[in-house]
Design a protein around this ligand. Structure first.
Ligand code: BG6
Length: 493
């Protein structure tokens, strides 16, 4: 992982041209333009870096600059700054109309970059994957795939292993793996990277980070939002492919991986992929015992009433908006330790967290019941780490020592309150521009993820499993509670 620095000390691989396909789309508006601007005002973009925006909509450079200005003034409370800084940023921008369905048309893009070979162009594809093949062909014709040119790909990268392979094959005809940056925006989140700091920067946890001391792990990514205006995409995907295949499996891999010998892209990803390949298959034989799916019906989040998924969608559907899974990792470290995963839309709160539940003490000398230690790593909305421990209640203990669970709380948001909170794309974009792949997903990881997911989906189809309805604003169908309760485990809500 590179350490961004202001001033001139940058990677020799740093791009001098960043090409944004899909520059007028939603991601660009919400994340990419604000992130690039945030990096610029901190002096983290090199002075030669030009940003070439591209989209289907005809616009002149000035019209795009005005569009970007508007975006930055309205979507950018993260980065207040002066007019001068904004004008300087806008000067980096230019715009080229490109129809990604037409490879010859893309070829004209190459002409906008002087000395392509020295520019190390960084090409960010924020577009539908069905356009990738013609786009790659066009990039090749324009000379934009040569030398150190690199490409970043947004999800969804396929809808199963086969389609993901086809996309990867197409991209690899033009870019070698060390020049392909597959995005999982969870890897750009501070707290996700903090998992590595916590595990490998402290002597305390690693000796206990295994089946001897850990009873089980829970990973929850709960959202209060519904399907919003993404129905046509989401309904094809469902929660398993939208959230578990990527974000949740990456979290699981970071929690479960062996310590790499060095902090670099190859070794970290080597360790993650080993975990992903060690996931016990969930297939037709055991999918009914190990997974639960749900779909939100009408209900309320807090005091606000919401319609059900089908009303949001305006159509009947059997896609899951909630999934809970009991996963197992078949290796020495995690033998017999279940990893419970759960994600859903229209749940009661927006909260992503990882709970490490330790085993009880070997032998208790106290009369009062003891709670086993828990380590709760909260990723969002606030970032915190909480360790619960047993402590003696103050008093003279005439009826025996009284113990109570208390929390050692570390609020990362408060501890680093002077630091600006960044959106994950700032991190991902600077690493992409500088050519550091540590926080991007390698092909073998993606394919191991799909292998595991495809078996689950095949099991669901085989058993014609239908999602159970849960009222909006609740923690999913009751079967999700039963999934853990039958093993004596309660979800941490
Ligand atoms: C995206 C999913 O990848 O992640 C969305 O497609 C989901 O459905 C989003 O809402 C969640 O991201 P975050 O950063 O808000 O937790």
């Amino acid at each position: 992982m590179s350490t961004p620095q202001s001033g001139g000390m940058r990677s020799v691989n740093a791009a001098h041209a960043l090409i944004l396909f899909g520059a007028t789309g939603d991601l660009s508006k919400r994340m990419l333009l604000p992130s690039l601007y945030g990096l610029d005002i901190e002096g983290l973009l090199s002075s030669p870096l030009k940003i070439i925006a591209s989209g289907r909509q005809p616009m002149t450079d000035d019209q795009f600059r005005n569009y970007a200005k508007d975006v930055l003034l309205t979507h950018n409370d993260n980065n207040p700054s002066s007019h001068e800084a904004l004008d300087n940023f806008l000067k980096r921008l230019s715009y080229v109309v490109v129809d990604l369905n037409d490879s010859k048309n893309i070829a004209s893009l190459g002409k906008t970059i002087k000395n392509i070979d020295q520019a190390n162009p960084a090409i960010f594809m924020s577009t539908a994957p069905n356009l990738f093949e013609t786009a790659i062909e066009g990039l090749r014709l324009s000379g934009l795939t040569n030398g150190k040119a690199r490409i970043a790909l947004e999800k969804p990268l396929g809808h199963d292993r086969q389609s993901s392979q086809a996309i990867n094959d197409a991209v690899q005809t033009a870019f070698s793996e060390d020049r392909i940056f597959r995005i999982d925006h969870y890897l750009g989140k501070e707290t996700v990277q903090n998992l590595l700091a916590l595990r490998f920067g402290n002597a305390l946890f690693e000796p206990l980070w295994n089946a001897n001391a850990i009873d089980h792990v829970q990973i929850t990514v709960a959202e209060t939002v519904g399907v919003e205006n993404r129905g046509s995409f989401y309904d094809q995907a469902g929660a398993l492919r939208d959230m578990v295949q990527n974000h949740m499996l990456q979290l699981l891999a970071l929690v479960a991986m062996e310590p790499p010998a060095h902090f670099n892209a190859t070794e970290i990803r080597d360790e993650k992929v080993k975990v992903l390949r060690s996931l016990r298959h969930i297939d037709r034989k055991n999918v009914l015992q190990n997974t639960v799916i749900g779909q939100y019906g009408p209900g309320a989040v807090g005091m606000t009433p919401y319609p059900g998924y089908r009303d949001d969608l305006g159509a009947s559907s059997n896609s899951e908006t909630f999934v809970a899974i009991k996963a197992n990792i078949d290796n020495w470290r995690w033998k017999g330790v279940p990893f419970y995963l759960r994600t859903g839309k229209r749940l009661p709160i927006r909260q992503s967290e990882i709970l490490i539940q330790f085993k009880p003490v070997q032998h208790s000398i106290f009369d009062t019941p003891l709670q086993a230690n828990k380590l709760l790593i909260r990723l969002q909305p606030e970032e915190s780490i909480r360790l619960t421990v047993m402590a003696k209640e103050p008093g003279l203990d005439r009826n025996g020592l009284q113990l109570r669970e208390v929390a050692l709380d570390l609020s990362l948001t408060a501890a680093f309150s002077t630091q600006r909170r960044r959106i994950s794309y700032e991190r991902l974009l600077i690493d992409f521009i500088e050519g550091d792949q540590t926080l991007f997903v390698r092909r073998d990881e993606i394919e191991a993820q799909w292998d595991w997911i495809d078996r689950i989906r095949d099991g669901w189809l085989h058993h014609k499993m239908q999602p159970k309805t849960y009222p909006a604003g609740t923690w999913g169908p009751s079967a999700a509670v039963a999934l853990t309760e039958r093993e004596g485990v309660s979800w941490h809500d």
